[in-house]
Design a protein around this ligand. Structure first.
Ligand SMILES: [Zn+2]
Length: 322
């Protein structure tokens, strides 16, 4: 529309009835919402974009599609936009993404989020895991100094699975056996005193020495001191792997041991566990296969790297402003 016609159109707006104003707003809101979301995402990757095929950085602008700036790679000719290759590629209804991100931050259930942003329940489910997928691979490089490690357990859930290998439990449900059994999924959390955290879904039942060998050596700095409870698996692992290790006998009522190296306890990692469980309760049960997404998300929230719907959208395409 040329400027004159637009000015003429604008001048008529003062004559709109309130009902007409509301209709006009309803017409424009999705456009504005989509533009705002696209602006956030495009700004997050500005100057960092490269060709998804050849990683070339010599790009030129090549029109727009679906509200997104399109680029073409000078080296290989591939066209792409800032969402190509990210979990948000080809998702529709960008005008609703920001509100959906808000629902995620409020830990709304899939159903409630679907109702709030007016999308189908299946879309809400798909969006949740697309929005969170990138947080799964975002973790600190190494843990330094005192690194506390401890396990926490969740009842195994095949929620959403097409084929289950046991009868479904009623929502939430209870284990049929007491204590830690193979109905419980083990989550190993390691956290150093600066708050850097790693987590692993090790499988069902108690953590084993072999699993510790698999998980811990790559993430512990050479001079880190591993601190755990008295679980024999940690002691055997540490001896075999040559990892410095100290432990508190929590089940015997011991909480803190004072050592030259610092206070030996697992209270930071246990506090992390309880924040995780408290937050997870809002979702009314999560499928075990998606647990790494929730753990990644929890870590990003805990580090205050996801504070707003905008930072969540950025994180969804792998941009974390730590
Ligand atoms: Zn290229």
């Amino acid at each position: 529309m040329d400027a004159c016609t637009f000015d003429a159109l604008l001048s008529q707006m003062t004559q709109l009835s309130s009902h007409q104003c509301a209709r006009l707003l309803a017409l424009l809101k999705p456009r504005v919402d989509q533009t705002n979301t696209v602006d956030v995402l495009q700004a997050a990757v500005a100057g960092k974009l490269c060709c998804p095929r050849c990683q070339g950085t010599r790009l030129y602008r090549h029109g727009e599609a679906n509200g997104l700036q399109r680029f073409r790679c000078r080296d290989c000719g591939r066209t792409f936009n800032c969402l190509t290759g990210t979990p948000l590629a080809r998702l529709r209804h960008k005008d609703k993404w920001r509100d959906y991100a808000d629902c995620l931050l409020e830990s709304r259930t899939v159903r409630k989020a679907a109702a709030k942003v007016e999308v189908a329940k299946n879309t809400s489910m798909r969006w949740r895991h697309r929005f969170l997928a990138a947080t799964r691979s975002d973790r600190p490089v190494r843990l330094n100094g005192i690194a506390e490690a401890d396990e926490t357990f969740l009842l195994e859930s095949q929620k959403g699975a097409r084929v289950m290998d046991r009868p479904a439990r009623k929502r939430g449900g209870k284990a049929s056996k007491r204590g830690i059994s193979h109905e419980q999924v083990c989550i190993l959390v390691t956290r150093d005193r600066s708050g850097q955290t790693w987590d692993f879904v090790t499988g069902t039942g108690p953590v084993t020495k072999a699993q510790l060998h698999h998980c811990l050596p790559p993430i512990l700095a050479p001079d880190a001191l591993l601190v755990t409870d008295a679980n024999q698996a940690y002691r055997a692992f540490a001896t075999e792997a040559g990892v410095a290790h100290d432990f508190v006998n929590v089940s015997a009522g011991q909480r803190v041991v004072r050592q030259a190296s610092g206070a030996i306890h697992v209270q930071n990692v246990n506090a992390y566990h309880s924040r995780f469980h408290g937050w997870l309760r809002g979702f009314r049960g999560v499928a075990t296969r998606y647990l790494p997404n929730y753990l990644g998300w929890r870590w990003a929230i805990d580090q205050e790297r996801i504070r707003s719907p905008e930072t969540l959208l950025e994180a969804a395409i792998g941009v974390f402003n730590s």
